[in-house]
Design a protein around this ligand. Structure first.
Ligand SMILES: NC(=O)c1ccc[n+]([C@@H]2O[C@H](COP(=O)([O-])OP(=O)(O)OC[C@H]3O[C@@H](n4cnc5c(N)ncnc54)[C@H](O)[C@@H]3O)[C@@H](O)[C@H]2O)c1
Length: 354
């Protein structure tokens, strides 16, 4: 039985907790302990999930017996618990971005390698079945060599302003959103970033006292010659039809692919809410036969994949995962390299090597 812990049990940590608990009911793992530095959050989550709670992750990792740990602390606070856990030989699932520095990612990879532990990064867009089909088609050569493309990911302003008032200024649309699509595109086209030119603006959020970019446009040239432009922002108005707007297009020698990763074809209009579109393939809820809420979707599959990988590791003794989907520390590093160079270009106003 795979024993697991969770560090950081806020908004996204809750999705991790739900996934682990669901797999626990299926007999595939056991959630043994959780940790959050916020006592109120910790109290609520320990009650909800009926599991021991710790305010200090070091204490939890030392006292509790576990095979792996999931880390969902805010972006700049992933590295320390990852390194601490690696040294205690725990396999690790870390939220995106893996770290906000290239050196930090390299250190995390080295510590995991040195300790023989597996490091997985939560880039869930890889688990979207529409994206998987596109990757397969591109690998089959359906559009020939990819020449150029475009991707966008845009959150409503409630995300930085109301969800993360304490740490939005330490993050940006590049770190919070861009990394998802940097990873998705490099995974789909099978190539790493080479150079980038980026521009951005600080207007709306700065006027609200949150000193970070509203929006960033980054033109990335990949090693295989494809150029993809990424628009990322988190200032869409509150009455936009969904919490996030997202999608991409890729054009090659022999064809073109367009994917609306938000609007999956269902559009509603309710008196209280106005017009809305749904993306039920991300995370959706149904009921199982025993009256439990059952979660499914690519947001859940990406987390469950960690448990399946730990089962494989336990069975085979191998810590190399090569299923073609799982994002490892190397993927986390390559994505951080792109994001760091985007930020360098924002500062310098010049093209930067990745
Ligand atoms: N995969 C996704 O789609 C997705 C979506 C949203 C957020 N995220 C990522 O998940 C991470 C967490 O985001 P969130 O939205 O849950 O934020 P959040 O603020 O809701 O939760 C973070 C939690 O971590 C706790 N925390 C902070 N430092 C800690 C420490 N040292 N030890 C233990 N707990 C600590 C906080 O008290 C808080 O409860 C971020 O890296 C974010 O980018 C991923």
């Amino acid at each position: 039985m795979i024993k697991l812990g969770v560090i950081g049990t806020g908004k996204f940590g809750t999705n991790i907790l739900n996934t682990f608990k669901q797999l626990e009911r299926e007999g595939r793992c056991k959630l043994v302990a959780i940790c959050d530095i916020n006592p109120e959050v910790l109290e609520k989550q320990t009650k909800t999930y009926n599991v021991p709670g710790y305010l200090d992750y070091k204490e939890m990792l030392e006292k509790e017996e576990m095979d792996g740990v999931a880390i969902a602390t805010p972006d700049p606070f992933h590295k320390e618990p990852v390194i601490y856990a690696a040294n205690l030989k725990k396999h690790i699932f870390v939220e995106k971005p893996m770290d906000i520095t290239v050196e930090g990612c390299e250190e995390m990879i080295n510590e995991c390698k040195k300790n023989g532990v597996f490091l997985q990064v939560d880039f869930h867009k890889r688990f979207d079945p529409f994206h998987q089909q596109i990757k397969k088609d591109i690998e089959k050569g359906k559009i020939g060599k990819v020449e150029y493309g475009y991707a966008h990911m845009e959150d409503k302003i409630v995300v930085p302003r109301d969800w993360f008032p304490n740490w939005a200024s330490k993050s940006s649309p590049v770190w919070f959103l861009g990394v998802h699509f940097f990873d998705l595109i490099r995974w789909i086209i099978g190539s790493n970033g080479k150079k980038v030119y980026a521009t951005g603006r600080k207007l709306k959020l700065k006027s609200l006292g949150i000193d970070t970019y509203d929006a960033v446009t980054a033109m990335v040239e990949f090693e295989n010659g494809a150029t993809v432009t990424f628009d990322v922002s988190w200032i869409l108005p509150e009455n936009f039809e969904a919490i996030v707007n997202q999608g991409f297009r890729l054009v090659g020698e022999e064809g073109m692919i367009e994917c609306d990763s938000q609007d999956r074809g269902t559009r509603v209009c309710y008196k209280e809410d106005g017009v809305m579109t749904y993306n039920p393939v991300f995370i959706s809820e149904s009921n199982d036969n025993y009256g439990n809420v059952k979660y499914s979707g690519y947001g859940i599959e990406s987390i469950a994949d960690f448990v399946y990988n730990l089962e494989y590791i336990k069975k085979t003794g191998k810590t190399e995962i090569n299923n073609g989907i799982t994002a490892t520390g190397i993927d986390g590093l390559e994505v951080t390299k792109i994001a760091v160079s985007v930020n360098k270009s924002l500062e310098s106003g010049k093209v930067e090597e990745i």
